[in-house]
Design a protein around this ligand. Sequence first.
Ligand code: GAL
Length: 669
Amino acid sequence: MTPRRPWPLNVEGIAYGGDYNPEQWPLEVQLEDVRLMKEAGVGLVSVAIFSWAQLEPREGDFDFAWLDAVLDRLHMAGIGVALATATASPPPWLTRKHPEILPRLADGTVLHQGSRQSYAVASPVFRNYALGMTRRMAERYGDHPALAVWHVDNELGCHVPHDYSDAAAKAFRHWLRARYGTPAALNAAWGTAFWSQRYDSFDEILPPLSAPTFVNPTQQLDFARFSSDELLTHYRALRDVLREVTPDVPTTTNLMMSTATKWMDYFSWSQDLDLVANDHYTVARDPEAHIELAFSADLSRGVAGGEPWMLMEHSTSAVNWQPRNRAKGPGEMLRNSLAHVARGADAVMFFQWRQSAAGAEKYHSAMLPHAGEDSDVWRGTLELGRRLRALAPVRGSRVSADVALVFDYPSWWASEMEGHPTQALSYPDEAMRWYRALWQRGITVDIVSPGAVPTDHRVVIVPTLYTVDDSAAARIAEAAHEGASVLVTFFSGIVDEHDHVRLGGYPGAFRELLGVRTEEFHPLLQDETLTLDDGTRASLWSEKTRLEGAQAVRTWADGPLEGLPAVTRNRAGRGSAWYVGTRPDADGVARIVDALLDEAGVAPVAAGLPLGVEAVRRRADDGTSYLFLINHTHQDVDVAAVGHELIRGQDVSARLTVPALETAVVRER
Ligand code: GAL
């Protein structure tokens, strides 16, 4: 086991708080803020994220007095600060003076000021200004006793994951030179013999700008990799200044790990963060938003290498950026918050502390709403503070899981490109089909990158791992050989890291492990379904597969592939390797998952829970375990448990009732 990284945040218990934007309010409100923060038990707030224009109203003319006073007041009240570099949105004077720092879309559209994040991340001019501001912040506040953690920029890549400016084009060429060395190597990797795309020099290369039809897919894939790397490069540059000036203060930035944020390869970022921080918002129209939340939290823990992580932002109630912004229902915010803690969060923070009266986010909920203290939202804020204090002993404990699910950003990018057998594939949907079935069975899942597949988990799910290099493919095979039941789904192992097809039959990289060989894909039309021999309806995908050592678990019962295998199982060392060459309906997925769990001997965290009751266990180094129970249903539920329930402060001798829509946390030893 890798040595544990100590939690670097010097805040007591589970850190609690949110984004705090005092520059939007007069002094008397700021004074009230601190009083109410204390009342709610807030211990950490993120400050100065969007304060650049307030701190430097004219170039070189700084006004730190207001922020000095804010930090002093917070410190006097015992509240720590996640202090931003204030660089997330360049001030108007900067974009006016240097319009070349504005980002551009693939069609050349310039993204102007007047909103936020109007910068080309690869622009050396912008980088210099951002470094200068960061140094100012570090020099001014590096010794401030309220400073707990540095918060670099904000949600890097949130609005502009891909920039096509001249600065980006130049940096892309530089990145390609470092990756390939010569145009010949690039030509080979990009397959430029196709469509007269041969490059004679790196200078001829552009980002994948709008073009008559499909742009070279390897160029697109490399541009996606470059763009993620370039955002990380920006983070590193700012972080290095902070480390130079304040070597003892941890540094992070808020990631956006969910099924919606596609373009940053966060697994490749994690080593650069002193602690992993995530922002997560539930989607109002999703009746199973709590399952997607669990996925996001498990992914955050995966990116954190299994260590505790920080929930940097979520919402107390409605957001304001979905088409219809539903207010959260009774207990929903508390369930959301504790579900994050159950899955490893040691900090629960919100956007934002006080709901804005002006600006683009005035209808976004906050810890303190427009309605003020006489409101259910505020009462929820107080109640969460109380619960997190009761959960302080949980801090530092780790989540245990028997099942791993492989998630891979480059496969997301590459599998959904144009010119493929189907345009209807959604990579996160495929991952969620399997994750959802596991969630519904009360099985905790570690979400891991292909290069870090553990060999000590009993089940490993590999959904649509379209692009995979030889070493990751070998690692997945090794997990099976070491005893895991490995399940691989369709359109996996198809191409190498350059998006070149692995020839000789699909699924190239996994053919041997799985003991199958597919000679042709048969994607299905919209609304078309076919039937498997157990009655499962299957959609989206089928393929002409032959057994080469594996056994058929399900065959096609109708359609052009009738009688051919659709789901197979192969023996692999001490474990097994399953292949699912289609998209089964939810019942079909459930039956396969049951067979897999049964074969691997994996049991739910708590036996016999009704659907919709979430159970997750965290274990401390000293052997104490904490059983989190989150009841998303409208019925009270009776659970077998022994120990001490922390939220209500009651001993539990055999059974515990978790009321409808409520949560409980049992310290088991
Ligand atoms: C995040 C962002 C916050 C706020 C929030 C609203 O993306 O970091 O500043 O805009 O969304 O949900």
